[in-house]
Each structure stands twice: as structure tokens, then as C-alpha cells.
Design a protein around this ligand. Sequence first.
Ligand code: 5AD
Ligand code: SF4
Length: 441
Amino acid sequence: MPGKTFYIETFGCQMNAHDSEKVVGTLVSEGYAQVTTPDEAELVLYNTCSIRDKAEQKVFNRLQNFKRNGKGKVIGVLGCVAQQEGEKIFERAPHVSLVAGSASYSQLGQMLVQLEAGNRRVTGLSFDNPEAFDTPFTRRDNPHRAFLTIIEGCDKSCAYCVVPFTRGPERSRTSDSVLAEARGLADKGYTEIMLLGQNVNSYRDPSPAGWDFATLLARVAEIPGLRRVRYTTSHPRDFVRRIVDAMDGNPVICDQVHLPVQSGSSRVLAAMDRLYTRDEYMRRIEWIKSAKRRYALSTDIIVGFPGETDADFQQTLDLMDKVQYDSMFSFKYSPRPNTAALQMEDRIPEDEKQRRLLIVQEKQRGIQIRRNAELVGTIQEVLVESYNPALQQWGGHTSCNRTLNFTHSDPEARDLAGTYLSVRVNRAGPNSLVGETATVV
Ligand code: 5AD
Ligand code: SF4
């Protein structure tokens, strides 16, 4: 590969987005230059997601485009579809040369050497690799907010979920390496850190210190220079009260908890093998609601899991009424390869899934309008991210993870990105807030 240029497109969750930052950093350190279109690139990479069938189809659509005009390019499939489909991808898309799952990225350097040597069937599909993909070369996309992986993989076996098959078993990083990376980020000027893992709550320090997640969270938040620490994603079964105590103990930990419930029916939760009942979930919600600060709550919901009756679905709606989530991701159940639910009977027809999804989304929209309206008149601290010249508005996020767009009368019109400002909320919609700066913090 003479010019050594590459293009990468990323699908899926924040874990995948962060993996791509590590892949990009590694490629750049190997002398590759990143380009912004696949046409310009010699190496074209897709970092893929297979959580639902639609996500998986996206990559095959992309690969179709190269059947005719991919001459001379080296094409690689990374991430969850790569891990799930393995060498079958070479059959389905013979112009692909690299298939590698996230558990093998620490061998990316060797895989590149093989590609450069002209090998047209390079794979990285093994889970036998105990190392996390810890690389000094991570190329972070945002100069102020950084992702930081604390645990990879997942040991749960939710009946619908492909992740344990695509990301392998849990591997926690040592607390020393997490703290060293967090301090390094603070030294470089990052002020917000998002701790990442498929299930951060089951973090267990493999070093003798043996910290759990609550301890790690508290220690990261004490690092000088950090103003915000978030984490995602949580499994309710492993969400212990000490996590709320750690949050209460340090306002650097943001006012936000994402606690995926999936269903409001204990019967469906049991069928999903979620390892908690509705009451156990609601107990955690009560801990959060009775905490010292007000925490924004968000969740994930699946409608139309096999066997979900109308009564089960009503329980999900009822749970939404009780919790009043600040935001939500909702999905139609999508059958996934290898998962237990694939064998379950009583599939819900597509149009019924669609009907339930629309009901959930409409209900949540109403809840969000009310929740956001409650913030009108308050002053929120915003980490400024961008400027929209058409609207003459700056934009950023609050600690409670709302998008807040605001006007700012700064005669010098300096670049505010990366600063923290106090903003008065004047208006609220279902998905964002609008305001104006109060005083500079
Ligand atoms: N079908 C639909 N939604 C799913 N999710 C995970 N697997 C599936 C599936 N097979 C949803 C869950 C999870 C979120 C990341 O994606 O709600 O929390
Ligand atoms: Fe998609 Fe799950 Fe893989 Fe993330 S871990 S990329 S959500 S399949």
C-alpha cells in the first residue's frame, strides 16, 4: 500500500465509537493517513454493529457498493458483525480482506503487516486474548470529552442479546491503568470523561486492590482537573446502592443514570433472563430518586419480545408512568443469531411490534416535554461544544445530559467551545432546551 490512506465508518454504540478512536490512533502511528471518503482511501474499514438486524444489514449494503468500484482497495470489516459472522463474510463479500472482532484489536499491528504483505484473508476472531485494547495511540474525536474503557465484554446472557457473542467474556482493566489514563487525559486538558463498558457495574479490579465500580468511580472523580465524570452502561442487577452514594459524594459525577429496564413485566424480564424483577428494578429507582441530588434517568426498552402479551406491554407503560424517564431508547425486538430467544415461540407480528413501539415513543415524548419544561427558569452548567452560525446559538450538554442551545452576548466573540458556562433555560422542547448565558463560571 504505497500511499497508505484509510477511511473508517463506525456504527453502533459508544464502545464501538471508542474502539474506532483506538483503531485510528494505531493506524496513524503505523504511518497511515486518514481520509474522509472511501473513494480516496486504499484501506476502507467498517466498524460494525449487530445489535439488531437493521444495524447488521447496513454494513452489507456498504460492502455491496464496492463490488463494482472497489478495485485496488483493501476492505476490512471490524467489530460485532465481524465477530458474529467470521469467515462467512469472505464468502458473502469476496472483496473483503480483513475480518476482525474487538477482542483481537490488540493484534491490529500484526494484521496490518499481513495485509501490507498482500494477504487477502486476514482474520482476528479469537477471544483467547486476555489483554484489553489499551493503546497509547488513541485518536480522540472530541478535544474536551473523552471515552475511557474500564471493562470489556459481558458475562450476562440476556436472551435477546448478541453482545456476549460479539464482545466475549468480561475483562476488567486494573484500577492503576484506568487511573493513569484518566490522569493523562486530565493533564491533556480533557475535563469530561465517560467510563465505558457493556456492564460497568460488574467492574472488578483484577489487581490486589480489588476495587468495585463504586470505588473506581469515586476515585476517578477525585482526579484534579476533571469537572465531569459519566458512565455507561449499567445492568440493574449489579447496580448497588454504593454507586448512588458515590454520586452523592462528589458532584463531579454527573446528574445522570442510564439504567436499561427492557420491560415493565416481571414475567417478560424472567423470559429475557434479566436477573431482576420489576420490584427489584423499582427499588433501584427509589434509591436514585431519594438521593441527595436530582439525577436524570434514562433507559432502554424492547417491545414485542416473544410471548409479550398486551397485559405485559401495559406494565411497561405503567412503569414509564411511575419512573418518568428523562430520556429513552426504545426498540422492536429483533431476533439475533446464537441467542436463546431465537428458539422461543410466540413471536409477535411485525405490525404489532410497530404499534407498541409507537405507543411507547408517543408516551415518552409527552413525559419528556413535561420533564424538560420543569427545567425552564433554572440555571444549568453547560460544557460548550459547538456554534451554530445560522441560529447564532452555542450548544452543549448539561450535567443531566440535556442538549442546551443558547445565545451569548460576548463582544469579543471568542471561541467558547470547551468552556463551562452558566445558562438560564428559557424554553424547552421534547429533545432539547434553549436559553441564554447567565454569568460566566
Ligand atoms: N432486539 C432489540 N433490541 C435489542 N437490544 C439489545 N438486543 C436487542 C434485540 N435483539 C437493545 C436493548 C439494549 C440496547 C443497547 O439495545 O434495549 O439495552
Ligand atoms: Fe452494537 Fe452491541 Fe456491538 Fe455495541 S456491543 S457495536 S451495540 S452489537
